[in-house]
Design a protein around this ligand. Structure first.
Ligand code: CP
Ligand code: NVA
Length: 329
């Protein structure tokens, strides 16, 4: 099925990195970094005062949930959480009806769900911005924190080399999007049975992205500025019996890290499984930036929220909600 191009979507949604202009992505990171340094851009220190975010979780979360809730609160707003099992979603209310109702209460909706179609259905029915908090296909919010973390440790990411070792999963897809939008080289080492989606690689290559896919970890990692991996089995995946066997050669251990640049960092979106995709010596070792990366979810969410909810400009007071029939408040 051809991917929806989003033409029916209104509003300023944060759905995927490939749908947003690179200059806007950069502005979100600048905003995040300014808040992290305690120097918010000119204007209100609480630019989202009076605004509210609804968060829908159809899969578990620790970082995404806590960081979004705290980010909006620290920007002056409020958050409310809906979980599938304890809401009417769990009893069959449609995602579109949920979007219509939540749009009457809140100013943005973040959703973590399974199929991308559900995210797009939500965004099509919502009259407020929708943020992708992870689907089976992508995890764009995580990449904002990841690029921020890379740049804190290694300087500008443009022209640098990131190596991925593992499953060609939702994180791998968002890394490919990021490589094109931020202009870095991405080398993915994946088992031939678990490659990143061909349409995503083709999208990147058509845009001149420097994306290499190989089964050879050493080739991917050699001389890289950063080595990244992720779990062997993602949330909601039926664990194929041989997935662990396929991914075992892609474990990031000290030998793999030694092939990268001497000052290379290791990143992992977490949660991690020590002894599977990464050894304890690496994730708990001196090259690991995983904890900065987790912290940066909090800061990066602020840039994303501000971009979605303050389209009139950073640091400016939020515009009044445009009057529309039946609008909230
Ligand atoms: N990395 C990440 O998204 O973590 P959670 O699943 O805990 O939100
Ligand atoms: N690929 C992982 C990422 C978790 C944040 C998953 O989807 O479970």
């Amino acid at each position: 099925m051809p991917r929806d191009n989003g033409s029916q979507l209104r509003g300023r949604h944060f759905l995927d990195l490939d749908r947003i202009a690179p200059a806007d992505l950069r502005r979100m990171l600048d905003f995040a970094a300014a808040y992290k340094r305690g120097r918010p851009p000119a204007g209100a220190a609480k630019p989202l005062a009076g605004k509210a975010l609804a968060m829908i979780f159809e899969k578990p979360s620790t970082r995404t949930r806590v960081s979004f809730e705290l980010a909006i609160k620290q920007l002056g707003g409020d958050a409310v959480v809906l979980e599938r099992g304890s809401s009417q979603l769990g009893r069959g209310e449609t995602i579109a009806d949920t979007a219509r109702v939540l749009s009457r209460y809140v100013d943005a909706i973040m959703v973590r769900t399974t199929k991308e179609e559900k995210l797009l259905e939500l965004a099509a029915a919502a009259t407020v911005p929708v943020i992708n908090g992870l689907t089976d296909r992508t995890h764009p919010c995580q990449l904002m924190a990841d690029v921020m973390t890379f740049e804190e440790h290694q300087g500008p990411i443009k022209g640098r080399v990131v190596a991925w070792s593992g499953d060609g999963n939702n994180m791998a897809t968002s890394w490919i999007h990021a490589a094109v939008q931020f202009g870095f080289e991405l080398r993915l080492a994946c088992p031939p049975e678990l490659p990143p989606p061909a349409d995503v690689v083709a999208w990147a290559q058509a845009r001149g992205g420097r994306i290499g896919v190989t089964a050879d970890v050493e080739r991917a990692v050699k001389g890289a500025d950063c080595v990244v991996t992720d779990v062997w089995v993602s949330m909601g995946e039926h664990e194929p019996t041989n997935q662990h066997n396929l991914l075992r050669p892609y474990q990031v251990d000290e030998r793999v890290m030694s092939l990268a640049k001497k000052d290379a960092i290791f990143m992992h979106c977490l949660p991690a499984h020590r002894g599977e995709e990464v050894t304890a010596a690496v994730i708990d070792g001196p090259q690991s930036a995983a904890w900065d990366e987790a912290e940066n979810r909090l800061h990066a969410q602020k840039g994303i929220l501000a971009w979605c909810m303050m389209p009139e400009g950073w640091g400016a007071k939020p515009a009044k909600t445009p009057s529309r029939r039946g609008a909230k408040r």
